[in-house]
Design a binder for this molecule. Structure first.
Ligand code: NAD
Length: 511
């Protein structure tokens, strides 16, 4: 693959041709990254952070242009590109400007009494070259956060954007040049999965991957062969749990937005809706009315955009066909056979009821504008249903009873839970983001978001005035003293006098 052609999935309009590299060129990319790392890693965190202000202002000045470009490349409404990719990124940058120095500062930690007289510190040192591999559904935001986190932590970065949205890779490249990052410090390497694999095989010092479970597992295997640490942000099958006492209008509107934003191509999209039986019929009736009111067109005032990736439509179609064959009822939308006739990337929302957990649509990630609704009777039952997939990225609980909301949130196997809201946890830079089970390994954002791109170096310091240590040679006569010290300090009848006496006797023997 020598070039990628940018394309607007909503209209089919073709854009720029983007050059890719060949796998054999990956070594040169790595070398350039290492050269840039040398100088960049020697700068103070404060100096590195100062670039964020320039970047924030540049992105803010060009927000409309960036939103337009993301919308063109993905088919999502421009307002979604602006709010869910640009605004949240600016929030994150501003937060990081204020917190990075503190997060990455060498910090003193306590030293146990058995190491009396010493001081202990943790220093955060950059890892080296970080590889960021990103997906097509939020091609700007999901690439920028790990790239910037790794940079601020002092690393050089190679970014391999999705081949489905190459224009956004090119856009990021232009932004990095415009704000004056040194040559080679952030390199955008365009190409498909083979280039991603070649980059992993070139042994970067860290891989931050966002994408599907299948690719995540392949990367983890290759990374393990080279002992490369990774963060894997993978797929989801997020449950929404609606209790009888929830604010009905808010809940229905939350269900519609949480399922259909970006045409459902969101890792933490609502993919399963469980509604307490007494309000089940009312919920569906209201939901249909809400769906009828949504606009879907190619203009700026549209609510619903298009799908981004044609292959994703096949996955969605397969799951709906499977569900309909097994007895699911199509409450809203068109049967997949009718989509074929239109050959459009715009999928109308689909509502399925009478779904069961044996259906693929209730187990596998759908990543499309599909709402699957199932009634439940008891809290314990719905918790079990919600936890019964291999995923655990995000979840939401809707109720007026916040105590119950918190109880259910605690019982869900999920990286994040929103109570009476959806998808919003990622927008708070103070909250860690990531999944459990097949939804991933590691976290981004939060206080670990920068630190994970560093080696934590432990430093322990002794004034160096004594000639030896308690546990050094010679051992003669020390065993009973250590035993007395242990029992005095940690035993059933803790006895500090016993501990101190044993400690002093040991000290005498050692110093
Ligand atoms: P994907 O796994 O197909 O591709 C992701 C990236 O990996 C692309 O850049 C691709 O070129 C690259 N790649 C493919 N094969 C590779 C290999 N063998 N080695 C190295 N790189 C390789 O995913 P996608 O279709 O682009 O994205 C959709 C998926 O991403 C969904 O499953 C979605 O849930 C998930 N996702 C997760 C999060 C999260 O934060 N948890 C966010 C967004 C998307």
């Amino acid at each position: 693959m020598h070039a990628l052609k940018a394309m607007n999935p909503a209209t089919g309009e073709e854009g720029e041709i983007i050059q890719t590299i060949e796998p054999y060129q990956v070594e040169e990319v790595m070398e350039e990254a290492w050269d840039a790392f040398e100088d960049w890693s020697s700068k103070s965190v404060q100096e590195r952070v100062s670039t964020l202000r320039t970047l924030r202002i540049y992105i803010s000045d060009h927000a409309d242009e960036i939103a337009q470009s993301v919308s063109w490349s993905t088919g999502k409404p421009k307002i979604e590109a602006l709010t869910n990719e640009v605004l949240v990124l600016l929030d994150w940058i501003h937060h990081t400007e204020r917190t990075a120095v503190k997060e990455l500062k060498t910090r003193k930690v306590k030293t146990p009494i058995t190491l009396l007289g010493k001081k202990s510190y943790i220093a955060y040192e950059p890892r080296g070259v970080v590889l960021v591999i990103s997906p097509w559904n939020y091609p700007f935001y999901l690439a920028m956060v790990p790239v910037l986190s790794a940079l601020i932590a002092g690393n050089a970065v190679i970014i391999k954007p999705s081949e489905v949205t190459p224009a956004i890779g090119h856009l990021m490249e232009r932004i990095f040049t415009a704000v004056g990052f040194p040559k080679g410090l952030v390199q955008v390497v365009q190409g498909d999965g083979a280039i991603g694999a070649a980059l992993v095989a070139a042994s970067p010092n860290y891989v931050f991957f966002t994408g599907s479970v299948a690719t995540g597992k392949k990367i983890q295997v290759e990374a393990a062969k080279r002992l490369i640490p990774t963060t894997l942000e993978l797929g989801g099958k997020d449950p929404m749990i609606v209790f009888e006492d929830a604010h009905l209008e808010r809940t229905v509107r939350g269900a519609v937005w949480g399922s259909l934003a970006n045409s459902g191509q969101v890792c933490m999209s609502i993919e399963r809706i469980y509604v307490e039986r007494p309000i089940y019929d009312k919920f569906i009736a209201r939901l249909k009315r809400e769906l009828e009111s949504l606009k879907q067109n190619n203009r700026e005032d549209t609510d619903l955009g298009s799908m981004t990736f044609a292959k994703q439509i096949d996955i969605v179609r397969g799951q709906i066909d499977d569900a309909l064959e097994q007895g699911a009822v199509l409450e809203f939308g068109e049967r997949p056979v009718e989509w074929k006739m239109k050959k459009s990337m715009h999928l109308r929302p689909i509502v399925l009821t009478h779904v069961r957990h044996s259906m693929r649509v209730m187990q596998e990630e759908t990543f499309g504008p599909v709402l699957c609704i199932m009634p439940f009777d008891k809290e314990e039952e719905v918790i079990e249903l919600a936890n019964s997939t291999t995923y655990g990225l995000n979840a939401s609980v809707w109720t007026n009873n916040l105590e119950r909301g918190r109880r259910v949130a605690n019982a869900l196997q999920s990286g994040a839970v929103c109570i009476n809201d959806v998808n919003v946890s990622i927008a708070n830079p103070n909250l860690p983001f990531g999944g459990v089970k097949d939804s991933g390994i590691g976290r981004s954002h939060g206080s670990l978001g920068l630190q994970m791109f560093c080696h934590e170096k432990s430093i322990i310091e002794d004034p160096g005035r004594n000639k030896g240590e308690l546990h050094w040679y010679p051992y003669v006569g020390k065993y009973p003293l250590f035993l007395r010290m242990i029992q005095g300090l940690y035993g059933r009848n803790r006895n500090y006098v016993q501990f101190i006496r044993a400690f002093l006797s040991l000290s005498k023997k050692s110093r």
